[in-house]
Design a protein around this ligand. Structure first.
Ligand code: NAP
Length: 305
């Protein structure tokens, strides 16, 4: 594959930026990859392990001469960083981001984007519970969706080029309106994370079950909650603060259904429970058929641990 962008500047050098850098390198999609992160330690690590060719102490220096700039920092700091880099962006460059929330990120970044620079927000639906520059891997985006939420009047050529980059990194690309993106993600990611955080918190609070029992017997379902609940606290704080409306709407619906199921258990309404679980089982089947998870027993863990 040939080079798609001559100089890519990654702002933030954690799991997502690291995976992008490795994926771009593997396929030769970028002429040069440079980066910036808040701490000298992260910058040094990113350079040492070969994620980037060069690091800069400031974001403003990092974006100079780049034809693609990607914000890979927590959602809550994107606005401040956009203000900082805006005067240094190259005319004709594309600015994108990988933030898990789109409406708030657009509000934070768009006002700073100068005339002649293309701003195309994006969100790869891929990740792990690990973070930092060492957490990245080249295949993270393989067969995962990357949602682009272009604003009205976006230059079709700039959009095509960014689409091509994500496709070459292994992702399936789709376009969506930002508000709809935030609602979809509230259902598929944000509310489930809050529920997992809560369940793990409840287990921690419940003094009648010992910590040892929770740890030893976690394979019965709880373990999958703990993986999600181990996700980066900064990232997830920012997600909830910035996708407030959609998350609250879905959590409202969730609590209503939970109460309904609670009542079915209390009343001994086996039919209601059975029907509900039959419907949800079909959703799991759909995810597997779409190639978005494995149908191996216990998520393929059996015999591995
Ligand atoms: P991460 O591994 O924690 O990396 C975050 C990076 O941002 C670190 O390099 C950090 O630098 C840097 N950073 C934080 N504040 C900064 C600031 N003020 N100025 C400059 N750099 C700063 O996070 P990640 O998982 O890659 O997530 C990055 C973005 O991707 C987030 O917006 C998140 O919503 C989105 N996302 C995450 C996932 C996921 O599952 N993890 C999936 C899709 C999208 P230091 O190391 O020096 O602190």
């Amino acid at each position: 594959m040939s080079v798609i962008y001559d100089r890519v500047a990654l702002l933030g050098l954690g799991l997502i930026a690291g995976s992008m850098a490795l994926a771009m390198r593997e396929k030769g999609l970028a002429g040069r990859i440079v980066g910036h992160a808040r701490s000298a330690e992260t910058r040094q690590t990113a350079l040492e392990i070969g994620l980037v060719d060069e690091v800069f102490d400031t974001a403003a220096e990092a974006v100079k001469g780049a034809d693609l700039v990607v914000f890979c920092v927590p959602v809550g700091v994107m606005g401040q960083l956009a203000a900082e880099v805006a005067p240094h962006l190259e005319t004709g460059a594309t600015v994108s981001d990988v933030g898990s929330v789109k409406g708030a990120v657009i509000k934070a970044i768009a006002p700073h984007i100068p005339e002649g620079v293309h701003f195309i927000p994006g969100h790869p639906l891929a990740g792990t519970e690990h973070s930092g520059p060492r957490a990245g891997f080249a295949s993270l985006f393989h067969n995962r969706w990357c949602l682009l939420t272009p604003l009205e009047g976006t230059d079709p050529k700039a959009l095509d080029r960014l689409r091509q980059l994500w496709t070459e990194m292994g992702a399936n690309v789709d376009e969506m309106d930002a508000a709809h993106h935030d609602l979809v993600l509230a259902v598929t990611s944000h509310a489930p994370h809050l529920i997992a955080y809560t369940m793990v918190g409840v287990a921690d609070d419940l003094k009648r079950v010992t910590e040892r029992e929770v740890i030893n017997y976690s394979a019965a379902g709880f373990r999958d909650f703990t993986r999600i609940a181990a996700s980066d606290p900064t990232m997830w704080r920012d997600v909830f603060l910035n996708n407030k409306e959609a998350t609250l709407e879905i959590l409202g619906r969730f609590t209503e259904e939970l109460f309904d199921l609670q009542r079915a258990i209390r009343r001994g309404d086996g039919q209601q429970l059975f029907d509900y679980f039959t419907r949800t089982r079909a959703i799991r089947r759909g995810i597997i058929e779409a190639g978005q998870d494995t149908d191996a027993p216990d998520f393929g863990r059996v015999g591995k641990d």
